[in-house]
Write a protein that binds this ligand. Structure first.
Ligand SMILES: *Cc1c(COP(=O)(O)O)cnc(C)c1O
Length: 228
């Protein structure tokens, strides 16, 4: 049983308390969960899903046509250059674009395919080495500056993953920093409307600090099954 209804209620409650009713969307993060669980969420009306690994996407959703109607699938895990070609036909948006090099590669492939895609830029907001994401605001803005040369790509916003651990104030600091960068991006990129931050363990602070999209896995599906 997926806990989608419970999570929706909890989110509603948090949004209400934060004075942000109807401002936050929910992405169901289904990595390492079964296709049956995904379909159960879908049958309860969930349409937005996130997956981390290209290979898992290929297995679960081998083509866009094979997906349930109206499902919107995002890649939220780090994307290696050599997988760009494989993943582009299978997803609606790439939320984890974390370098200028990757942006230009995506643009090049989309041009060949004759298609367009939405993306988010991922910001590393916690100085953690093992995290992906642009390392600084300056690096991220170098990529923003190149968007004019990427007509097949639409930047829809910014994603960040909060710091490891459950230090609430540390999380909040990272989310505030990301929100400030997002606001600066919005000034130059009018299509940037999504601020994706907050997961099962830190979505309360993320919503309080302005998130418009939370990415929830464990709270909906339970612990991940590494044998899927
Ligand atoms: C796994 C993952 C999530 C979901 O994390 P939970 O703690 O299970 O809610 C969200 N965002 C990213 C980028 C992830 O990799």
């Amino acid at each position: 049983m997926v806990r989608l209804d419970e999570v929706r209620r909890e989110l509603e409650e948090v949004c209400k308390k934060a004075g942000r009713e109807n401002e936050v969307s929910l992405m169901a993060v289904s990595k390492l969960h079964t296709y049956e669980d995904i379909l159960e969420c879908y049958s309860k009306g969930q349409r937005l899903f996130g997956e981390n690994h290209v290979q898992e996407i290929q297995t679960k959703f081998p083509s866009k046509e094979s997906r349930p109607e109206g499902m919107y699938l995002c890649l939220i895990g780090h994307l290696q250059s050599n997988k760009v070609k494989k993943v582009l036909p299978l997803v609606d948006r790439i939320d984890s674009v974390d370098s200028l090099k990757l942006l230009l590669l995506i643009e090049k492939e989309l041009e060949k395919m004759g298609e367009k895609r939405s993306i988010l830029f991922e910001l590393n907001s916690s100085d953690e080495e093992q995290k992906s994401g642009f390392k600084s605001e300056a690096e991220l803005f170098e990529a923003v500056d190149q968007l004019a040369n990427c007509p097949h790509v639409t930047l829809e916003g910014i994603m960040t993953v909060g710091p490891l651990g459950s230090d609430v104030e540390k999380n909040r600091k990272a989310f505030i920093y990301t929100r400030e960068v997002f606001r600066k991006v919005q000034k130059v990129v009018p299509t940037a409307t999504i601020l994706s931050m907050g997961m099962s363990g830190d979505y309360v602070e993320a919503i309080e600090e302005g998130s418009t999209l939370v990415r929830i896995g464990t709270a909906i599906f339970g612990e991940r099954n590494y044998n899927v």
